[in-house]
Ligand binder design. Structure first.
Ligand SMILES: *Cc1c(COP(=O)(O)O)cnc(C)c1O
Length: 359
């Protein structure tokens, strides 16, 4: 049996959606983008939102709209995809890493945050299909310390509780529609905010410093972060399948839980938030060894994110492991199990059996 880590869930309905865009004879950002934008605002409950070319540029655009500048420091959760930190670097600001609360709960540990006169904000990442477990404390901490809260919700579309949707708890939130996210447009990003003035800045920045295309008078300096109607139509077709995707992924999780029981530690997940496993993540004593065994049996497991403070590309920061113990344990123990639409009960049983063999 060969079981890949991930397979995109695209097919006939997505293809038909693309055909319609061609029939319309309008492939750049247009009517489908407007409809997709409206639907995303309904799902997130956010007042305003605009597209970016991808999730990385969505974070960049957010930081740019917030006027983050070279010399500023932005606190970044030490376990997240590298893009979260690289968007800060792209602005010219300095990402300052903070450890997570425990190996099975990759949310920022507020006790590990070092605020300096240059600290402007915090980027948290809602990872693996659940919300940061201490989101309320993070919101309060940012208010108390006059810091801007930016939420990287790339993996958190449709994840919400009674208080709100991921990406809307702080000043600004970003999403990604990359191939392996909950819904995909191949590449694509979205930025949400409830702040009218900030939305105006976002609108200018993403479309050459003007509110609408078709004019050559540019009140502000701006760039091109647009998407295409091909992507938007794909996004709308994907949203049609969202309920199916959610229940399929939740069932995958139940099956893994049934086979693995208490022999592994599962990712800590808050009950009050929707849980849509981006990947089912488990923690074992020695992830590297277990993954080797799984690979030998035709399974493609994946590690969790490598701690940012250890990244070769950030070696110039001169950081040591001190103060990052939980991130290190998270990496040493974490395994992302194959999680995708179409994965069968038999395959889940095989993955689980192989994992248990290894431990
Ligand atoms: C995917 C992802 C990104 C980057 O999004 P792209 O669309 O691939 O640029 C950023 N942060 C997290 C947590 C992600 O999972």
């Amino acid at each position: 049996m060969k079981i890949p880590q991930f397979k995109s869930f695209v097919g006939a309905s997505d293809y038909q959606a693309l055909e319609k865009v061609f029939e319309n004879n309008y492939i750049a950002e247009g009517p489908y983008a407007k409809k997709f934008q409206e639907e995303l605002l309904t799902i997130t409950g956010s007042k305003y939102g605009c597209f970016a070319s991808n999730g990385t540029l969505a974070i960049y655009l957010a930081l740019k709209a917030l006027n983050i500048k070279p010399g500023d420091e932005i606190i970044v959760q030490n376990i997240t995809f590298i893009a979260t930190a690289n968007a800060v670097e792209m602005i010219g600001a300095k990402p300052v890493f903070a450890d997570i609360v425990s190996f099975d709960d990759p949310t920022i540990d507020l006790k590990k945050i070092k605020i300096t006169p240059n600290t402007k904000g915090i980027i948290i990442a809602h990872l693996f299909g659940t919300a940061c477990s201490n989101i309320e404390e993070i919101v309060t901490f940012c208010k108390d310390n006059n810091l801007i809260l930016i939420e990287d919700a790339a993996q958190a579309l449709a994840i919400k509780n009674a208080q709100g949707h991921c990406g809307t708890f702080g000043k600004i939130g970003t999403f990604s529609f990359y191939a392996d996210k909950t819904i995909t447009t191949a590449e694509g990003g979205f930025v949400v905010t409830n702040d009218e003035a900030l939305n105006e800045r976002l609108t200018y920045l993403r479309n050459q410093g003007r509110k609408k295309s078709g004019t050559f008078i540019h009140p502000e300096i701006g760039y091109n972060f647009r998407i295409t109607d091909l992507q938007a139509a794909l996004g709308l077709a994907q949203l049609e399948k969202l309920e199916y995707i959610i229940s399929y992924k939740q069932n995958l999780f139940k099956s893994y839980k049934k086979y693995l029981g208490d022999k592994v530690t599962f990712l800590k997940v808050r009950e009050d938030f929707t849980y849509i496993p981006f990947r089912v993540v488990v923690f074992v004593e020695n992830a590297e060894k277990v993954m080797k065994h799984m690979e030998a049996k035709g399974i493609e497991p994946r590690s969790v994110f490598y701690p940012l403070h250890k990244q070769p590309c950030f070696k110039d920061f001169g950081l040591t492991d001190e103060g990052f113990e939980n991130s290190i344990e998270c990496f040493n123990r974490g395994i992302c199990l194959p999680t995708w639409i179409g994965l069968t009960e038999e395959q889940i049983e095989y993955v689980s059996k192989t994992l248990l063999e290894a431990i």
